[in-house]
Design a protein around this ligand. Structure first.
Ligand code: G6Q
Length: 549
């Protein structure tokens, strides 16, 4: 067992924290005109400004020393080479192989996985071209107009987030729906908007055993048959993305229409694989390839770049700095880009499912905090809602602001207003507003001394609230690929520092089992032996079921 808190590098950070805890960023900026140059880095089209953090050069050196101690690059190379770093599932973790160019090769257990990846990608690309060009038609000969991706968790959040993020690249004759929730309202709302003759359903499930996805897929199939189509038409309208050929076939989908991937692709890391079929259909193969290319560039940056200029390493170290030393328990993602509105939800799964763990690789319990609660909404909306707490609440909540200099929809002055808000928020969070500044402002506005004394404390902003800004020229497929890979590797680095297996998800597996008994008893109308809360909740529902019929 590695005792993180006993490492000399960790203890040095702990003592240093007490020394710099009260330093104000506004003073550090005033004293060092080059602070931005010192604490910013660029790679793969992304500028990371991390100067508005509560760090000095010494802090940063100590954080880098921790990264060196953990030997992040060595660990990353083990992952990239296909070592079975997901020990609890005895699997390699090779989402990086999904974006390697076909000129490369990677032998894992004697197989060249890059060759396999590109063979499957070609299969998907051919299908995608046929659908987008109207060559693949529905059973009545009409071209496909609607695509419904049925999947949940990693088989939903990534594709949905990217299709939204890259909407300006969406095929103009195709519309997309994503159905994930087992709540019948989700599939019903989608089915109400589509025409069976012109719809393609993608059933996306790595295991093809996930209850919600199978229930939604069954409902979609029945709706399709009820619309007048017969079984032979299913092959034209239902395709699967899975690693489980047997279950796909049992469901009734022709395995010729199945797009494969591998158990070494984790669900939340799978958008680069066949799980990205809906993305390919949405933005086309060339744009999908550009996204892969951007991600691959970030992979290379991550393994080749020294730590102080390495974007994933820097972001990860800053997260550890606040989480473990300042005891920050949550972390905000604020994309100032409406198309990135699902990015926080996507990152929530990526980060919290990967590092929401409390045992180390060897099973020993950690005695330090691990993954933070991650949340967020696009700016400027967040400013009119939860930003109040970030500015004046009692918690320290670090935030990543993500934006682009160019808009996909340059309407009037909108984009400059968006950027002004984004930049001004980070400045305000850093500087705050002191009591004397507030008093001077109030007096200048004509307030009496009494009024000033009463109001001033409410208008004080402590400031010193850390932010990173991730700025790019434009959110293109390539930049988005790099941005996603950046966060994937940030999660990897933090997982390594905390000694976790970031690639299993036993909490999700539990959820997959838990409902079975309750469902059986709801069906039978007789709650079994449970605690009084569980029994009464079930009885309430059973009672209402009978009244409804
Ligand atoms: C992701 C998780 C989880 C998974 C879903 C769907 O890393 O494992 O979110 O993606 O539970 O699983 P299937 O793709 O197997 O249906």
């Amino acid at each position: 067992m590695r005792d993180l808190r006993k490492l000399s590098e960790w203890q040095a950070l702990q003592s240093h924290y007490h020394e710099i805890e009260s330093l104000q960023m506004r003073d550090m900026f005033a004293q060092d005109k080059n602070r931005f140059d010192t604490f910013s880095a660029s790679a793969c089209g992304i500028l990371l400004d991390y100067s508005k953090n509560r760090i000095t050069s010494e802090t940063f050196d100590l954080l880098l020393a921790l990264a060196r101690k953990i030997d992040i690059t060595k660990e990353a190379k083990r992952m990239f080479a296909g070592e079975r770093i997901n020990a609890t599932e005895d699997r390699s973790v090779l989402h990086t192989a999904l974006r390697m160019p076909d000129s490369k090769s990677l032998l894992v257990d004697g197989e060249d996985v890059v060759k396999q990846v590109h063979a499957v990608a070609r299969h998907a690309a051919q299908f995608v071209d046929k659908v987008r060009d109207g060559v693949w038609t529905g059973y009545t000969g009409k071209r496909i107009e609607s695509v419904v991706n049925i999947g949940i968790g990693g088989s939903d959040l990534g594709p949905l987030m990217v299709c939204e993020a890259l909407k300006p690249w969406q095929h103009e004759d195709l519309e997309f729906h994503f159905v994930s929730n087992v709540d019948g309202s989700h599939i019903s709302e989608a089915l109400a908007k589509i025409n069976a003759e012109t719809t393609l359903f993608i059933v996306a499930s790595k295991t093809f055993t996930t209850q919600e996805t199978l229930a939604n897929a069954q409902t979609a199939r029945q709706w399709f048959l009820d619309s007048g189509a017969d079984n032979s038409a299913i092959a034209k309208h239902f395709v699967a993305v899975s690693t489980n050929e047997k279950a796909v076939s049992e469901f009734g989908i022709d395995t010729d229409n199945m797009f494969r991937f591998w158990d070494w692709v984790g669900g939340r890391y799978s958008l680069w694989s066949s799980i990205g079929l809906s993305i390919r259909l949405c933005i086309g193969n060339d744009n999908f390839d550009a996204m892969l290319h951007g991600a691959h560039e970030m992979d290379e940056h991550f393994v080749q770049t020294e730590y102080q200029h390495n974007l994933p390493v820097v972001l990860a170290l800053l997260g550890v700095w606040y989480g473990n030393f300042f005891n920050a328990r949550s972390y905000v993602i604020a994309p100032y880009d409406q198309y990135l509105h699902r990015f926080p939800a996507y990152l929530q799964q990526l980060d919290m499912e990967s590092n929401g763990k409390s045992v180390q690789m060897d099973g020993s319990a950690v005695d330090y905090k691990t993954g933070a609660v991650l949340w967020g909404e696009p700016g400027t909306n967040g400013q009119h809602a939860f930003f109040q707490l970030i500015h004046q609440g009692t918690d320290l909540i670090p935030a990543d602001f993500i934006t682009a200099a160019k808009s996909q929809n340059p309407v009037g002055a909108h984009h400059k207003m968006l950027l002004a808000n984004c930049i001004a928020q980070t400045e305000a969070l850093m500087k705050g507003k002191t009591l004397s500044e507030v008093q001077a402002e109030l007096r200048a506005g004509g307030s009496t001394n009494e009024e000033t004394d009463a109001l001033a404390p409410h208008k004080v902003f402590s400031g010193n609230r850390p932010t990173n800004t991730l700025l790019c020229e434009e959110i293109t497929p390539r930049v988005l690929g790099a941005l996603i890979a950046l966060y994937e590797h940030k999660v990897f680095v933090q997982g390594k520092i905390w000694g976790l297996n970031s690639y299993d998800q036993w909490g999700v597996e539990l959820g997959k089992q838990l409902a079975a008994t309750v469902l059986q008893e709801l069906n039978s109308g007789a709650p079994g032996a449970h605690d009084s809360s569980t029994s009464n909740l079930m009885s309430y529902c059973i009672d209402r079921f009978s009244k409804a019929t």
